[in-house]
Design a protein around this ligand. Structure first.
Ligand code: ADP
Length: 190
């Protein structure tokens, strides 16, 4: 059977992490979150982590070659996976092209890009309330949150066209209860 490779797409605060947890369980996928991988580097106080932290704290994107390398390593460590869920990656056109190239080599292309759609004011509200409990410094400051959303609009949102051109883009209404949104995602996977 061919592998299920899902890109879970959407702005910061759209619920990608939360929904990933359900999809991983249901479809037995390996979760690849560049945000989680970067936070692990920060925790380990690696040189990469130190460099990434500065950018993340300002709400800017980390360099493409860094996140692409992280994803490549993780994919190579899970060659027997039933599929992957990409969460927070790709975030730029260069990342999307690198991902396609990596998957083409293995002849296991992206199955679908599921895009969670949430209005900006709802995103800011969700992120500020996450910041009050999660300890994520980039969720505490409204200016940093707005900068992340700005980065998303400028560099990441255009990937909608990239995946649409491949017939893989599926918009999902990201407003509602967690269960409702999970059902919409499962329906979209088909
Ligand atoms: P959120 O979706 O809430 O912004 P993430 O955990 O996905 O949270 O990302 C946190 C931060 O990590 C981003 O603001 C960015 O600085 C960095 N980051 C994560 N993934 C990438 C990526 N694919 N490319 C560049 N930077 C990334």
């Amino acid at each position: 059977m061919s592998k299920l490779n899902i890109v879970l797409f959407g702005p910061p605060g759209a619920g990608k992490g939360t929904q990933s947890a359900f999809l991983i369980k249901r479809y037995h996928l390996v979760h690849l979150s560049t945000g989680d991988l970067l936070r692990a580097e920060i925790k380990a106080e690696s040189e990469l982590g130190t460099q990434a932290k500065e950018l993340m704290d300002r709400g800017e994107l980390v360099a493409d070659h860094i996140v692409i390398g992280m994803i490549r390593n993780k994919m190579e460590a899970h060659l027997d996976a039933k599929g992957f869920i990409f969460d927070g990656f790709p975030r730029t056109r260069a990342q999307a092209e690198a991902l396609d190239a990596m998957l083409d080599v293995k002849e296991e292309p992206i199955t679908a890009m599921l895009a969670l759609e949430v209005p900006e004011e709802e995103l800011v509200k969700r992120l500020l309330s996450r910041g009050a409990t999660s300890g994520r410094s980039d969720d505490k400051d409204e200016a940093v949150i707005r900068n992340r959303i700005g980065e998303y609009m400028a560099k990441t949102a255009p990937l909608k066209d990239y995946f649409s051109a491949q017939g893989k883009y599926k918009a999902i209404d990201g407003v509602g209860s967690i269960d409702e949104i999970t059902s919409r995602l499962i329906q979209a996977v088909g």
